[in-house]
Design a binder for this molecule. Sequence first.
Ligand SMILES: *Cc1c(COP(=O)(O)O)cnc(C)c1O
Length: 432
Amino acid sequence: MILYSTKNRENTADLKTAVMKGLPDDNGLYMPSEIPQLPQEFLDNLSDFSFQEIAFTVSKHLLQGAIPEEELQKIIENSITFPAPVVSLDDKMSVLELFHGPSLAFKDFGARFMSQLMSYFNREEEKELVILVATSGDTGGAVAAGFYKTPGIKVVILYPSGKVSHLQEKQLTTLGYNITALEVDGTFDDCQALVKKAFLDRELNEKIRLSSANSINIARLIPQSFYYFEAFKQLKNKENVVFCIPSGNFGNLTAGILAKKMGLPVHQFIAATNANDIVPSYLKSGKYEPRPSVPTLSNAMDVGSPSNFARMNNLYSSTWNIMKDDIQGFAYDDATTEKAVLEVKNKFNYTIDPHGAVGYLALKEYQNDYPNTHGVILETAHPAKFLPDVERILGRKIEVPQRLAELSDKKKESIECNTEYKPFKEWLLSHH
Ligand SMILES: *Cc1c(COP(=O)(O)O)cnc(C)c1O
């Protein structure tokens, strides 16, 4: 498998380099240079295959021998460990539940697959690999769970003390084993600055093998294409299927475009955002204008400069006309989103989280113009992840999954540190 940089097609790498480095030196993003067409027989008979079998077939074609089949099989078995069920709301709308993993959000798929790939590529190294991650909350939880007990890999997570939610902190600080949480007396930017300094520190890098679990690593994108096939398999009506994706950095949507390019018969995509509507605006006007993000109720989508836009642009040959024919964009404010959470509960007796609710609004508006479609909303997180907001909006208690409820009783273990680089470096050196 060959990957190229979105900044320069000539700048190529193999899968191992792309996964272990995360980003090409020119600050582009890695993309597969060839997107294979899947066998028609496979696409026509998806229901003959389990989710893991689908994931194996899709990745086998995309990875093109970069990993031996028996090894890839093991990687799939260890990463696709929870289902992605489609729940229908009515005969035109369904919800694809992507929250059945350990951190209750779709990012679990990407984090687990990435940890397995890194562990595989690290297998012949004598030195352990140390993954450094700075988090403002959500990513850290998925990465911690995804790398938990992965052989040969240790994870150090830096988070700003007092600035992540109680639940997020528990997800970062209660696992133990190969996961260590550093509680930084500072902001998220301070955490990120420490991590960046460590990557640039030559002396440190000679002694410790460092890597990042960057959200734009290609290893996180690939497994996100699997569940589009898995969802399609479960649909009774496979005519005019549209996927509606609540989006922030647009990784999920980009993975959907990959699935379509590999042959999945998707009629159209819907890009749903909150007030951070950079991409919907672009689809309307042809002008791409990133700007600072604004905070919203659906905070995992508060992104003002969506990192995967470069990948989307590449997939549509940097041509606005082609992209806007394939993707329709919609954006909603918080007040409208709150009403939608309530509406979905009252109309369908389904508890949707604020991110999914943005998707619901977009699908509903789209289907006003295109009634003969069947829409699948990607429910990107479990509503209990946003418990105070969802309970306030609904005016009642909601069910909390056991794996989330259990967290409250687990003991927090973190190492407190300040924002100075020197003690951080010394700690790294003495502990790895
Ligand atoms: C990360 C996240 C998103 C945004 O996904 P992108 O792939 O960045 O567009 C949406 N919803 C939830 C709950 C998330 O955690």
